[in-house]
Design a protein around this ligand. Sequence first.
Ligand code: FAD
Length: 475
Amino acid sequence: MVVGEVAVETDVVVIGGGPGGYAAAIRLGQLGKSVVLIEKAELGGVCLNKGCIPSKALIHTSGEYHKLSHISKMGIRLPQGESSFHMNEWQGWKSSIISQLNKGVSHLCEANGVTVVKGAATFLSDDRIGVETGHDFETFKFENAIIATGSRPFLPGFLERDGTHILDSTDLLQLTEVPEKLAIIGGGYIGMEMGMAFSKLGAKVTVIEAAERILPQIGAAFSQEIQKQAKKLGMTIKTSTKVETATVVDGRVKLRLYSEKAEEELLVQDKVLVTIGRIPNTEKIGLTQADVHVDERGYIPVDQSCRTNRPHIYAIGDVTPGMALAHRAAKQGVVAAEVISGLPSANDSDLVPYVIFTEPQIAGVGLTKEEAEQLGYQVKSAAFPYAANGRALATDQGSGFAEVVVDAESHLLLGMHVVGAEASNLIGEGVLALEMSARAEDLSMTMHAHPTLSEVWMEAAASVLGHAIHVVNKK
Ligand code: FAD
């Protein structure tokens, strides 16, 4: 890096230190580029500080707590009333995890020669960026830039967040007490993950979803399984229902709902989480000065190299159209860094796995049966139930199933989807199988250790071929 009179010169500036931005910066450092990573809040972005990590810490805690009321059948007894959950203390544990990971990212940046600058960045032109550091204004001149400014929750005008009663996901994860009555507007993955977690911690949870079913993005059989489990947890699910107004009166939120079935309904809640979508952070970063285009929804379109309409400026992660997931952001970050460094890298795979940390978990990669049929494939599919897997039963996790979708003639795997315990870890095998263009025979002939949940894939693949051992095969 050369300190000039006006601007500090660097090969690359990366704006935003989330999973996309820091992965890009570290890879650039490894490839010998001088790189400035600008972050206005904390390294790790939404994922580490307000999203994936704290939400999964809460989900894990709620699962452990909930188990306590179900272990007597295994011969374990707790004296009455001994277990209780203290969310204020949980906050301390959560912060310690975040702090440990923050330090890890900071150390990795340093070790790879990345200069981290704390402040809010704005493009001043197509080769300069200004950073408001609070007490100073620094300018950087760059050869290449990577935009990784992420996204934030979308709340419509009539559901104005006050941070106390009407909350976004960040507020919810900062509560120090479990609310008695919690309404969740939006039955997508964040809504269902948080709803189930708070329900296990003792809240009376109502989920309000405008679509006909919760988790509308995934296959119907999978969302039905989660709806069934949510009801078992005592949650109320209102689908095809819209919130018309939300007003805070005497410290509680009055929600006026409308559905064709029940017409108008009034719901009084202690807290309301609004989680109906996210919007990209692309407005206040000077994109016009850099002549970078956004689409009608504010996202920055990119090609397979993650290049924007300006070939020396790249965009990655939640600011680009596509699934807003941390692993997609990180992959794009690595691709952008490698392309900038002259390597033949591309983000050319459609295989973006998804995981939903509900009870039980859902995960998938590739096409669902319906999607494959719509694309004109002759499809065969088979599902293997967890109830027929020894490990699932021995760990009291017998709900769910794993499904493989194959091309009927070649048996090429088109999609692998699972709802059940440890789905999040099981999907790794699915991603690798699809990336390697495996066939059902590859999965079914591969020896899977016993007793493990991974056997569900081997059995589902064998089932699609008509020779599963632990279920009766269809003739
Ligand atoms: P972000 O993580 O949003 O980071 C962007 C960074 O840019 C932020 O740190 C921000 O401060 C910074 N920034 C913005 N503007 C500027 C500026 N002008 N100057 C300097 N810095 C700036 N994804 C998963 O894959 N799995 C999960 O389980 C999962 N769970 C989630 C749970 C919740 C509750 C939420 C909200 C999200 C979850 N996500 C999950 C989504 C995941 O967090 C995002 O997809 C991911 O963080 C996107 O990464 P990113 O690098 O694009 O942006």
